[in-house]
Design a protein. Structure first.
Length: 313
């Protein structure tokens, strides 16, 4: 997978998995609300929230979720069932190694596997099993979409030569920063660092950059050729040794001091891996949008939505 595609893959995984999880919740809520309707009156409905003395019932909550997200959620759930049915028909299987390889690609840029899983759970509520399930679905869908498509060696070689930079490993710099408003303060910061004071403590005390100040000056991992970062800063950062600080650097109307905490280097693809990656991508390009593949599979396997979803019921 090329570097620029990884972020998109993560976004798709997170959004789609979240949709399916919410869809499962809504269906559970629908069943709960239905059961309660048989045994309770409106006044006896379960209350899920309260504000200003007014109750929010579970039925109100579930109906709002259904009206806003129900169709998309049901469609995603039907997609998964259609893909599984098609995979059974075609005898397609997936190995644990394929799933792990898919996940490893999405982890690049994180300091560790643990950091990746923690971020996915903290930010999006996705467990390891959720992410593995989504990777499995993604691989199966691709296999179905590209079945029967052949890509020639000439096409693969030509693409590789034309996009060689995309398969060149990049470095990410783990940086921290202290930003101040004037040169005198910046020089004082450098002096105090040279005397052994903590970079983190000085960032908390003096930095005027609110974002990094909240993380003790930590900026995190930044591609060394990131076009969105100030070139003056990155030029200095690329020359630092791990643990070394440098500055002051004039950026717009502020002065910054940076420190290189660590370097994260992507493992270079072998030529064989790059060829396989390109073959996969070219086959997917020929297959067309995966959303159209999903629709054709839903149609083939007779998917139907049997409830009204354009308004809360």
């Amino acid at each position: 997978m090329r570097k620029q595609e990884k972020g998109l893959w993560v976004t798709v995984v997170v959004l789609t998995a979240s949709v399916v999880m919410m869809g499962t919740f809504i269906l559970q809520g629908m069943n709960t609300a239905s059961d309660e309707a048989d045994s309770q009156t409106q006044d006896q409905e379960e209350t899920v929230a309260r504000i200003a003395g007014q109750d929010v019932s579970e039925e109100e909550w579930v109906n709002l979720l259904k009206s806003r997200y129900g169709k998309n959620m049901l469609t995603e759930m039907l997609n998964r069932r259609a893909v599984l049915e098609e995979a059974k028909e075609k005898g397609l299987t997936i190995t644990e190694a394929e799933v792990e390889a898919e996940l490893e690609e999405t982890m690049e840029g994180y300091t560790s596997e643990e950091a990746y899983y923690k971020e996915m759970f903290t930010q999006f509520g996705l467990s390891i099993d959720d992410l593995k399930a989504e990777a499995t679905y993604h691989i199966l869908l691709e296999k179905i979409a590209t079945a029967g498509i052949e890509v020639s060696e000439t096409e693969v070689e030509q693409y590789y030569e034309e996009h060689l930079d995309s398969y060149t490993p990049s470095r990410q710099l783990d940086l921290s920063m202290i930003q101040v408003n004037d040169a005198e303060t910046a020089e004082q910061v450098m002096s105090r660092l040279e005397q052994g004071e903590s970079f983190e403590a000085l960032a908390q005390e003096l930095s005027t950059d609110e974002y990094s100040k909240d993380t003790n000056g930590r900026l995190g991992l930044i591609d060394e050729d990131d076009p969105f970062q100030p070139e003056a800063m990155m030029e200095v950062a690329r020359e630092l040794d791990i643990g070394e600080a440098a500055g002051p650097i004039l950026i717009d109307d502020a002065y910054i001091i940076i420190r290189l905490n660590d370097i994260n280097e992507e493992n270079a693809m072998t030529r064989e891996q790059a060829m396989e990656d390109i073959r996969r991508m070219l086959a997917l390009n020929e297959a067309g949008p995966l959303s159209e593949v999903e629709k054709s599979l839903r149609d083939k396997h007779g998917a139907e939505i049997l409830v009204e979803l354009d308004k809360a019921s």
